[in-house]
Design a protein around this ligand. Structure first.
Ligand SMILES: C[S@@+](CC[C@H](N)C(=O)[O-])C[C@H]1O[C@@H](n2cnc3c(N)ncnc32)[C@H](O)[C@@H]1O
Length: 270
């Protein structure tokens, strides 16, 4: 039988994937490492199925190893007898506690089958929540900014664990970045805040990230012309150029394949 690592998405219960929901419903036990993931899981399974695990709030590696060994020892027998899930917010493979569980299971309980169900990560959810477009071809780096750190370098960064926004902001501004902050994005619990003013979020909240973009970064998109050229684009609502693409005899798909979009559905056109 199987241990499923299930990504729950950013925090709203209806952003759990269909597959994630099905797995949660089918599993005998659903283990959650924290209060928020527990709350989301409870929207899909009965409380009697929830298996709580105890993790100390510490950076002491020895204590953490002991806690992970205890968690794996609790989970492994149930995963041999039946199907169980371990839930995490976002995606289980992105900055996630699931990695610790997987390594501990691999080391001490190698017979346990493991499968991962991806979730909507804050890495992608932030873009919609903040109205940011990461255009095809653009780079995007992931960093941590705990305790006021201001990592710099890449043109575009998502900074996780922004726990001291004013201090982080100062460093990023000095290095020439425009910064927007997102707190509790797509989360049912707590207030969602999107702001470029660090003073608005100076109170520490672990569920805060930042999107930093080098000042003056501009990417010329072919379709940008629609916004600047007001000649006649807006009066063509009924023409085939607007709305759904018309049948193109396969030309569009051929073009996509020629540009390296496997399956012709990656949307990767400038
Ligand atoms: C340990 S990482 C977990 C990432 C998660 N596995 C994912 O894929 O989204 C936790 C950090 O992600 C960011 N984060 C996760 N969910 C968030 C949300 N809904 N709103 C804002 N930030 C979030 C915060 O910066 C937080 O400190």
């Amino acid at each position: 039988m199987t241990l499923y690592g299930v990504g729950l998405g950013p925090g709203e219960a209806d952003l759990v994937t269909v597959r994630g929901k099905e797995i949660l419903e089918e599993c005998d036990v659903v283990y959650s490492p924290g209060r928020l993931s527990r709350t989301v899981a409870l929207k899909h399974v009965d409380e009697s199925k929830i298996g709580d695990l105890d993790f100390p709030m510490t950076k002491d590696e020895e204590k953490l190893r002991t806690a992970w060994k205890a968690a794996a020892a609790e989970i492994a027998p149930n995963a041999r007898d039946g199907d169980v899930a371990f839930v995490t917010l976002g995606d289980p493979n992105v900055y996630s506690t699931f990695g610790h569980l997987r390594r501990t299971i691999d080391a001490f309980h190698p017979g346990v089958e493991l499968e991962i169900v991806p979730g909507v990560s804050a890495v992608t959810a932030f873009a919609t929540a903040m109205g940011v477009e990461i255009e095809a071809g653009a780079g995007l780096s992931l960093r941590e900014a705990a305790s006021g750190h201001s990592p710099t370098g890449p043109d575009r960064m998502i900074l996780f664990k922004v726990t001291d926004a004013p201090a982080t902001h100062e460093g990023l501004l000095e290095a020439g970045y425009d910064v927007t902050y997102g707190r509790r994005l797509f989360m049912e619990q707590g207030e969602t805040i999107v702001t470029d003013d660090p003073a608005e979020i100076d109170e520490r909240d672990y569920y805060t990230l930042a999107y930093a973009e080098k000042d003056g970064l501009e990417v010329e998109q072919a379709t940008a012309a629609f916004q600047t050229d007001d000649s006649d684009a807006s009066s063509e609502d009924d023409s085939p150029a607007s709305g759904e693409p018309v049948t193109d005899g396969g030309e569009l798909r051929d073009l996509e394949l020629a540009e390296g979009c496997e399956g012709g559905d990656c949307g990767g056109h400038r």
